[in-house]
Unconditional design. Structure first.
Length: 418
């Protein structure tokens, strides 16, 4: 039976030799071809030989070229026999086309880093012989990256605060996107693993600031951002205030508030009074100390707020000084202020009236002086021109009998009006 099949194959080949023209590769066109792929995806290695009339593709064989130049067979297809997949490639590769002698493209079903290398597609034809295409496959892998922070406490010297690591093929490039005043150091560990360490002196003012790692790789359209905010631990720094304002005896609902900041969040808040125990009638709720009654004289003292977290303790104090006479003094001052407010309009009105009287008196004096000056001028003019006086005499005639004029008393000489 086998001899009959062999004879048939020989006859077919002899018939094909009557008219034969060499075919061409449709892909890849060039004898040597370079291709990139990624891990964990399907990779297609092209190999498509189109036979011409009178030419027959007899066999197709894919090989991987080893570093020493030897060929490691992967898969083979004969035009009359079934497919053959060799060794470790079984279950990992297949032809793209159900008829491999028509289209011999090879599929790597799940690409691995070990698949990187050189491949050859060997086409055996009758009667024109053998033809090959060589493909150099480069396998990339998407970077696996992370930011590893360090435990930081305020007061430590300058040191590494975070490390960005990434592994990929080819090796990724790392950079930091931050406004922090630090320095970075780049390291290569081999096998596509790189790291970058960022160093600075930890301060509480830097807590929560942005420190993002940027990973660049040929397989990525844009750099991959690993977002991270710096974490600096520091002890609480409390302060005490009185929302009630100035404290005095008799004040109701007086309270003290202990404000604080710390990282991590404080675990406990303790209120104390240096003079002894807290007074009766005082309640503590978290950061608030409240007097549930009116303030008394014996509430005076220094009140301490102690706040504690995992890295330290902070304290603040507030002095309350109450006096029995202080309340009476405040009331007296209040009454005095009211009296001042009431008296101020009256005083201002009295001053206004006085100024007005002075101005009126001054106007009257000026008017009298002006009239006397006019009379004196009229007298002088009458003495020089007696013929112009009316028969009945002037209405101011009786005034000329005075022996001295007011202006003569003050030694002033009047010039005649010309």
């Amino acid at each position: 039976m086998d001899s009959i099949r062999t004879q048939i194959n020989v006859l077919i080949l002899l018939l094909l030799t009557v008219v034969s023209v060499q075919g061409d590769f449709l892909e890849p066109v060039e004898p040597d071809f370079t291709q990139h792929s990624m891990t964990d995806i399907q990779t297609r290695l092209p190999c498509h030989y189109q036979a011409k009339e009178g030419e027959q593709v007899v066999q197709v064989t894919w090989n991987k070229i080893l570093p020493n130049g030897d060929k490691d067979p992967i898969i083979m297809a004969h035009f009359t026999d079934e497919l053959t997949v060799f060794g470790r490639y079984s279950g990992r590769v297949k032809f793209e086309n159900n008829i491999p002698i028509l289209n011999s493209a090879l599929l790597l079903l799940k690409t691995e880093v070990s698949d990187e290398g050189s491949y050859s597609c060997h086409i055996s034809t009758f009667p024109n012989g053998n033809f090959e295409r060589n493909i150099d496959l480069t396998v990339w892998s998407v970077p696996i990256s992370e930011v590893v922070p360090e435990s930081l406490v305020e007061g430590q010297p300058s040191s590494v605060v975070a490390t960005c690591r990434a592994t990929g093929r080819p090796a990724p490039k790392l950079s930091w996107d931050t406004d922090l005043p630090g320095t970075s150091q780049f390291k290569v560990s081999g096998n596509g693993t790189v790291s970058s360490q960022f160093s600075l002196q930890p301060l509480r003012s830097l807590n929560g600031k942005k420190l993002d790692c940027m990973v660049s790789h040929p397989s990525l359209e844009k750099p991959h951002r690993i977002s991270y905010n710096l974490v600096v631990q520091y002890p609480p720094d409390p302060s005490i205030s009185s929302p009630s304002g100035h404290l005095h005896i008799g004040m109701e609902k007086a309270e003290l508030v202990c404000e604080y900041k710390g990282n991590p969040e404080p675990q406990s808040i303790i209120w104390k009074r240096r003079e002894g125990d807290l007074p009766d009638g005082v309640s503590v709720t978290g950061k608030k100390l409240t007097f549930d009654r009116a303030l008394r004289l014996d509430d005076s003292g220094v009140y301490d707020c102690e706040v504690r977290n995992a890295v330290g303790t902070g304290k603040a104090n507030y002095a309350i000084s109450l006096s029995a006479c202080l309340s009476e003094r405040n009331l007296t001052k209040k009454n005095e202020i009211q009296q001042i407010i009431y008296l101020r309009p009256v005083g201002e009105m009295y001053i206004s009236y006085t100024l007005m009287g002075v101005l009126i008196l001054y106007g009257v004096i000026l008017t009298i002086l002006y009239c006397r000056l006019r009379m004196h001028l009229s007298k002088k003019m009458g003495a020089r021109s007696p013929e112009k006086q009316p028969a009945g005499g002037d209405i101011y005639e009786d005034l000329t009998s005075r022996s001295a004029d007011t202006y003569e008393t003050i030694n002033m000489t009047l010039k005649p009006i010309t």
